[in-house]
Write a protein that binds this ligand. Sequence first.
Ligand code: 4AD
Ligand code: MG
Length: 435
Amino acid sequence: MSYPRAWIEEIARYEGQDVELRGWLEARRSSGKLHFLQVRDGTGTIQCVMFKGDVPEEIFEEADHLPLESSIKIRGTVRADARAPIGYELAVKEMEVVSRALPDYPIGRKEHGVAFLMDHRHLWLRSNRQRVIMAVRHTIVKAIRDFFDERGFRLVDAPIFTPAACEGTTTLFEVPYFDLGHAYLTQSGQLYGEAAAMAYGKIYTFGPTFRAEKSKTRRHLTEFWMVEPEVAFMELDEDMDLAEDFLVHIVERVLDKHRRDLERILERDVSKLEAVKKPFPRITYDDAIRILHEMGNETPWGEDFGGDEETLLASRFDRPVIVHRFPAQTKAFYFKRDPNDERLALGMDVLAPEGYGEIIGGGQREDDLDTLIRRLEEHDLPREPFEWYLDLRRWGSVPHAGFGLGLERTVAWICGLHHVRETIPFPRMMERITP
Ligand code: 4AD
Ligand code: MG
């Protein structure tokens, strides 16, 4: 007899039917005539109940000794069971071992330290918690794409090997590059996004970006994914509107799809996410400094905010807060200055609530050729590798703006994770490039 293959995620539609599940033995409990086998197939875990009398003797024996993480095909009848976490279980009729695992699967039921889990990331990914985090990450990526696609933004892929710095020279990764000497791994697709916005009006780039960050914080990776919209004829206020709509959309999508898993498996307080509604408070950097001083933080005017300042500021609000008009000295060369106050850059950061820090950084770009050339000099940047970028100001320059959202920080915030290391399948950090 042949059984249709079913995925655990969709098991409800097979109630009362015979199916085949293909997966891994995650846990087992036995009591004489009964084995309770927890079987995982990547979409979920289901309890499979094997009665001694229902299967051949040798299969019952085998199920008793099969090492955890052995891969199996298991067949039986799907039964509704109100006590089961997923509402169903499988009454087993047949089991076939595909690959018998070695004994002593490294990840057990006991608590492991972070270093151990990170060393076994390739196996840790199998856990229920990691499955949910990766599913949320997927949903966020899809929500990002849908948001821009539905609004007519063109997807443009920026290169990863680049000739010049976008976000300051201190965090560049240099790689040898044939006879040309060296290239840098991109810190941001923005400069290419600007060229594309001048070509196609509204665009977004979405890909891996790299920063040689010498910071071992819970918010920093050396390789992370960034999505960067860029829009011609858009100024700072509309840029903030776009960022706001964008975040509201992402959070709504995740709540729609993963509310139960967020609550049950990640123990996320979803009421905090439900508060993410328009409008977000918008405060200037000057307001932010005033608030910080009121709260006993002494950051002097002119300094950039670190994680501590971001956490303090965000604690005053129940939803993301937008801080705009930063001192130009804290920002990259490409920012346009505030026409009302030359000391300020027309930049904005969106700070996530609950101490997750800056998840979006962006702003309006300098669109005047001579000013931009002066900025390159002020920032000690070489002119030659930026000539193409200056061309965008030579032929049809327009006001334009955009932003970058860090995917991993967004996943950490929405899932309520302490550290970004769990938000990406194989995190790259200062002290880790394996597995
Ligand atoms: O604020 P950043 O540096 O902005 C840019 O790169 C602009 N060129 C974006 C633009 O306007 N098109 O980085 C943007 C976001 C941050 O808000 C943060 O979420 C994330 O990228 N990010 C990091 N995430 C993880 N690890 C790091 N080391 C990160 N550095 C930045
Ligand atoms: Mg930033």
